[in-house]
Design a protein around this ligand. Structure first.
Ligand code: MGD
Ligand code: MGD
Ligand code: SF4
Ligand code: MO
Length: 795
């Protein structure tokens, strides 16, 4: 018999790297995934990508829709197979009924993170479904994963930097990775960084561990977890005192010249100086020695920017009498100088001299391209930390410059996320917006903490139903047991997934999802470089559909039709929807089918778009002032600090001396290479490399506790204890340990059983971490700065 082997161009959507790849299909069976160096993200595929066929074929895949027959809380849900028609009809009927009784806002939608699952294929369509349905509530770990990179940075830049403004690694003089380890988390950035280092780029890494590329860094700053804002403030102080900042950019494109009232700490408004002057702000004209107006709508001053003062103090006659004012930059300088190098060193554990040297590297090797991620996302003051790093980056003047962080030109498409479908009156009901008006809820994202509260207590109203595409909520958020209780409190919960999980355990109906290798998907733009962002690809199925699994996209369209939303979903035709999406791009579906490797749309990168003019008015930034806001009046108006501020993490050995004796160590965590978040432990090829959860600790710390490498240890926190195996890592500070979340799943082939994620002394780290005290602005949880002790497991 002749075997027919086919090599099918594709890309791997298992994580954010979205590596261009080739699938080997033998007699219709998907057997291998390899790299496709011709693809703009195809330099390599990782071990997870190589195991993709094992995920598709895994015996534990959910293959049919099921409904529970036992009450919630029973040890066995009693899953019973049902037809798709019954499943979808039940879902549509229940959601319609609940929306009729309590409003569509009582139905919360959710998904796994598009950075860690193929839900990236369909997340915009899920959003369209939610908006069409009328719910402003979407839960997807935004506050733990995307707040800092995306939404919080809009308060400084008016745009997501570095989330959408990607590091231009090909041209960067200096790469700054702050709480980001692409060697594990985004292969395409790791390979591009290695290439940049070969051509001589400098690398600065801020991380409590010397992990991944940090071993190649010119400067590695070993920060104590959660104290990053102190480090950033100290760096800013050095840069301002030494004059290591791009004065031209700072003067023209940031609000550095705007005057701040020293009595209130707020920006001086034009109408305080010139009654009836309108919405403008005020700067100081050094040449004329008097105040001048700044006009946000025109993005300009009454005089040339060269004449504006950036330091000093002036007294200005206002309608409240004479007030002392200082330019924002002077305020920033004083604020950051208050964080002396010595105190920053004492707080962060980074030597004063290393802080100076890092500032110098950033300045002398510009342009700087940066990325921040999980290391800065999961803290009680994430927003302040991010603000501090964002302000620091603004000083380099590298924003949207070649070799800096660049918004690469995107392929023009029709937006599909249905923003027009949700009435403003519904949008205003997002859960959480009452308490954190600037937080994720403002962008229709509900934090895990707020969702659990709404489900359990009815505040601000009851979340009655959940429609979840993948999200493994109870494993992803702190306080897994509270998560489970809140899911059980729902009136109706439908979950769509490849596998059953500790989250779907509480569902009423679980829908089987096809793996991305069994499903078609359209990808417009691969983000990381201009060629990648100009790349459009239609991924075709490379594996045969198993059972009755359907793609998320198919489920969305089928559900939309049943919910009476067919008119917004092209009558249920995904193909027509794709055609609509692609229409402005000039690329057709036929072309994409003919060219499975993808189509490159000719696009030119435009840099420094803020300086482009339209009708004589500069484009500027999409902040209230039209400038990069070093001082954020928006934050100040809501009672938050206008300048980024450091606060000791509220649960640390320093802030909680009452806990320090029993829990002397700082606990953070990081992701392992072999698995995505709480997934993939069932794949033997991956699990063999890391059979058990690890906790990394300094050899000294281990020795002092009688712990040897590989021992099972207990991680004790004030909320319970879980187990992990000790891994010695001399790069960690002796009082810092680093664990891993997401462990529960067994691996039958290796004889490893499932673990109860809610059992004390189990292996689920998030069982003993908490969602609180959460970040005042965003509600992010302190998963990366809390306290613990580690001790050997006896017996
Ligand atoms: N302590 C601690 N907690 C953390 C983190 C941490 O670093 N430390 N990280 C946080 C971060 S950054 C994130 S993003 C979250 C991750 O939380 P989630 O986004 O929930 O990701 P996972 O836990 O991996 O769960 C993903 C689920 O989606 C399913 N799935 C996979 N592919 C698909 C698909 O194509 N469609 C559908 N419908 N389902 C699919 C998987 O089987 C799995 O059940 O966890 C957060 N929690
Ligand atoms: N292999 C793999 N790849 C993934 C994922 C995965 O689970 N596995 N998940 C995907 C997702 S959803 C995400 S969000 C990304 C995350 O990608 P990354 O952000 O790179 O994830 P981590 O490795 O968890 O964290 C980065 C670094 O932060 C450091 N860190 C911990 N605490 C602190 C701190 O307080 N300050 C600073 N400065 N650093 C700190 C850790 O030591 C770690 O080296 O990866 C994506 N890619
Ligand atoms: S890094 Fe691995 S899992 Fe992520 S997209 Fe690439 S091959 Fe897939
Ligand atoms: Mo994430």
């Amino acid at each position: 018999m002749v075997t027919r082997t086919e090599r099918v161009p594709t890309f791997c959507p298992l994580c954010v790297s979205r590596c261009g790849a080739m699938a080997t299909v033998e007699d219709g069976r998907f057997i291998e995934l390899t790299s496709d160096p011709a693809h703009p993200t195809g330099a390599a595929v990782c071990v997870k990508g190589k195991s993709a066929p094992r995920i598709v074929d895994h015996p534990d895949r959910l293959l049919y829709p099921v409904r529970r027959t036992n009450p919630k809380g029973a040890s066995d849900p009693g899953w019973q197979r049902i037809s798709w028609d019954e499943a979808l009809d039940t879902v549509a009927t229940r959601l319609t009924q609940i929306a009729g009784e309590s409003g569509p806002e009582s139905v919360v939608f959710a998904s796994s993170s598009p950075s860690t699952t193929a839900v990236s294929d369909s997340v915009d369509w899920i959003t369209r479904l939610r908006r069409g349905f009328g719910s402003p509530n979407f839960t997807c770990a935004m506050e733990l994963c995307g707040w800092g990179r995306y939404l919080a940075s809009t308060y400084t830049y008016g745009a997501p930097v570095p989330g959408a403004f990607m590091p231009d690694l090909e041209r960067a003089g200096c790469i700054l990775y702050w709480g980001y380890n692409p060697s594990v988390s985004r292969l395409v950035h790791a390979t591009a960084t290695a290439e940049a280092l070969r051509r001589g780029a400098q690398l600065v890494v801020v991380d409590p561990r010397r992990a991944g590329l940090a071993s190649k860094a010119n400067r590695w700053l070993r920060v104590r977890p959660g104290t990053d804002a102190a480090l950033a403030l100290a760096l800013i102080g050095v840069m301002l005192r030494r004059g290591w900042y791009d004065e031209e950019f700072v003067r023209r494109w940031t609000n550095a010249p705007h005057l701040v009232r020293t009595d209130t700490g707020r920006l001086l408004r034009a109408d305080e100086v010139w009654p009836g002057a309108g919405a403008g702000l005020v700067a100081w004209d050094e040449t004329a020695a008097g105040p001048v107006g700044y006009h946000p709508a025109r993005r300009n001053y009454d005089v040339n920017v060269e004449r504006l003062a950036l330091n000093g103090e002036v007294r200005i006659a206002t309608r409240d009498g004479e007030v002392a004012c200082r330019p924002v930059l002077e305020m920033l300088l004083r604020h950051c100088t208050a964080m002396t190098l010595e105190s920053a060193a004492a707080i962060t554990g980074v030597d004063a001299a290393d802080i100076e040297r890092a500032a110098e590297t950033l300045w002398t090797s510009r342009p700087v391209a940066f990325y921040t991620w999980s290391g800065l996302e999961q803290h009680s003051d994430t927003t302040q930390i991010i603000r501090a790093v964002n302000v620091l980056y603004a000083l380099t003047g590298s924003l949207d410059a070649p070799g800096g962080n660049v918004l690469f030109s995107a392929v023009p498409t029709n937006p599909i996320d249905g923003v027009e479908l949700l009435a403003p009156s519904q949008r205003a009901k997002a859960i959480g917006v009452q308490d954190r008006p600037l937080g994720p809820a403002r962008f229709e994202f509900v934090t895990g903490e707020d969702f659990y509260t709404a489900a359990l207590t009815g505040y601000p109203y009851r979340a009655r139903a959940l429609v979840d595409f993948g999200g493994n909520l109870v494993m992803a958020h702190g306080d897994s047991a509270r998560g489970r209780d809140s899911l059980r409190a729902l009136d109706f919960f439908v979950h769509a997934d490849l596998f059953l999980s500790p989250t779907s355990e509480s569902a009423d109906i679980v829908l089987p999802v096809a793996t991305p290798f069994e499903a078609e998907a359209l990808r417009v733009g691969f983000e990381v470089s201009q060629p990648a962002q100009a790349h459009v690809q239609l991924r075709r199925p490379v594996a045969q559909r198993r059972g009755e699994a359907r793609s998320d996209l198919e489920i969305v369209f089928a559900l939309a039709t049943r919910l009476g939303l067919g008119e917004h979903f092209w009558g249920g035709s995904i193909e027509d929807a794709f055609r609509h999406q692609l229409a402005p791009s000039g690329v057709t579906l036929e072309q994409l089918r003919e060219q499975p490797r993808g189509v490159r749309v000719p696009l030119q990168t435009r840099h420094q778009k803020h300086a482009e003019q339209h009708d004589g008015v500069a484009h500027g930034f999409r902040t209230p002032s039209g400038l990069v806001e070093l001082h954020s009046e928006t934050l100040a108006t809501h009672g938050y600090p206008a300048l980024p501020t450091f606060e000791e993490p509220p649960v640390s050995p320093r802030s909680r001396p009452d806990l320090a004796g029993r829990y002397p160590l700082v606990l953070t965590c990081a992701k392992p290479l072999w698995f995505c978040e709480s997934q993939h432990r069932q794949i033997p090829e991956l699990r063999r490399a890391l059979p058990d959860p690890q906790v990394e600790l300094n050899p000294e710390t281990a020795a002092g506790r009688g712990i040897s490498a590989g021992d099972w240890v207990r991680i004790d926190t004030p909320h319970g204890s879980v187990r992990a195996r000790a891994r010695l890592n001399a790069s960690l500070a002796p009082d810092v340990v680093c664990g891993q979340h997401g462990w529960w799943q067994g691996c039958a082939e290796l004889g490893l059983p499932d673990e109860d994620p809610f059992a004390d002394d189990g292996v689920n780290l998030n069982l003993v971490l908490r969602q609180t005290p959460s970040d005042a602005v965003s509600g992010s949880s302190p998963l990366r700065s809390s306290v613990c002790d580690v001790s050997p497991v006896r017996g």
